[in-house]
Design a protein around this ligand. Sequence first.
Ligand SMILES: Nc1ncnc2c1ncn2[C@@H]1O[C@H](COP(=O)(O)OP(=O)(O)O)[C@@H](O)[C@H]1O
Ligand SMILES: [Mg+2]
Length: 257
Amino acid sequence: MTATNASPLLIAQGLCKQFGGLVAVDSADIEVQAGSITGLIGPNGAGKTTLFNLLSNFIRPDRGQVLFEGEPIHGLSPHRIARRGCIRTFQVARVLSRLTVLENMLLASQGQTGEKFSNLWFQAGQIRREERENRERALDLLDSVGLLAKAQDYAGALSGGQRKLLEMARALMTQPKLILLDEPAAGVNPTLIGQICEHILTWNREGISFLIIEHNMDVIMSLCHQVWVLAEGRNLAQGAPAEIQKNPRVLEAYLGE
Ligand SMILES: Nc1ncnc2c1ncn2[C@@H]1O[C@H](COP(=O)(O)OP(=O)(O)O)[C@@H](O)[C@H]1O
Ligand SMILES: [Mg+2]
């Protein structure tokens, strides 16, 4: 899927966040075109993770707005934002170590009839069908990321890279339109990084858009249609990966690293 001629799926404008005296995000903008893989890069401490927290409302912005499919989402809970189709993963994968890999997947499924207590007595058949479908979907996704053999293992027994894959597969359980990935390649061995990139490309071809924070420039350059650069909480540059790679202001911002 190409990123051209598409309307923005996500637009954030003028986002600000201060922690005490520290301005972590300073009037930052970002856009993700529908169907795209968009990168978000910048030196350590630039405010990238904070920006993700603001986009998904894990942290409330001091100022600014976030539109998803043209509708404001900055007042919604992370859970509601996820239900709209915008879901994020974490820099350090958050899996529930003492649940099995499959249980971690099933916890993510949503919209089940069984969630409404009043429906329980009347729709037992439908609940059982949804549970069966969720289980099948979970097993299919685990199979596609190579974790099927680990379905009954505790998630705590997975390697760092496998946890990242589990977190991505779990995000897909919610049938999202946009996935925000915070450093999917960090701490992952090179073979697994290659696999993660292949999965992202496959899911993107299936219609899912991505916003990816990543330090590994090979990953950014090989995956992204557009790259946004943040430095000291502010927008520094945006453009095609090849332009960004040779932008003197971007190179300068990375020199101090
Ligand atoms: N919850 C917090 N409380 C105080 N300071 C924070 C908090 N989260 C992030 N920061 C600070 O905000 C700045 C940006 O951090 P972060 O968004 O994690 O950067 P990045 O992800 O680009 O490395 C850093 O100086 C960091 O120490
Ligand atoms: Mg970060």
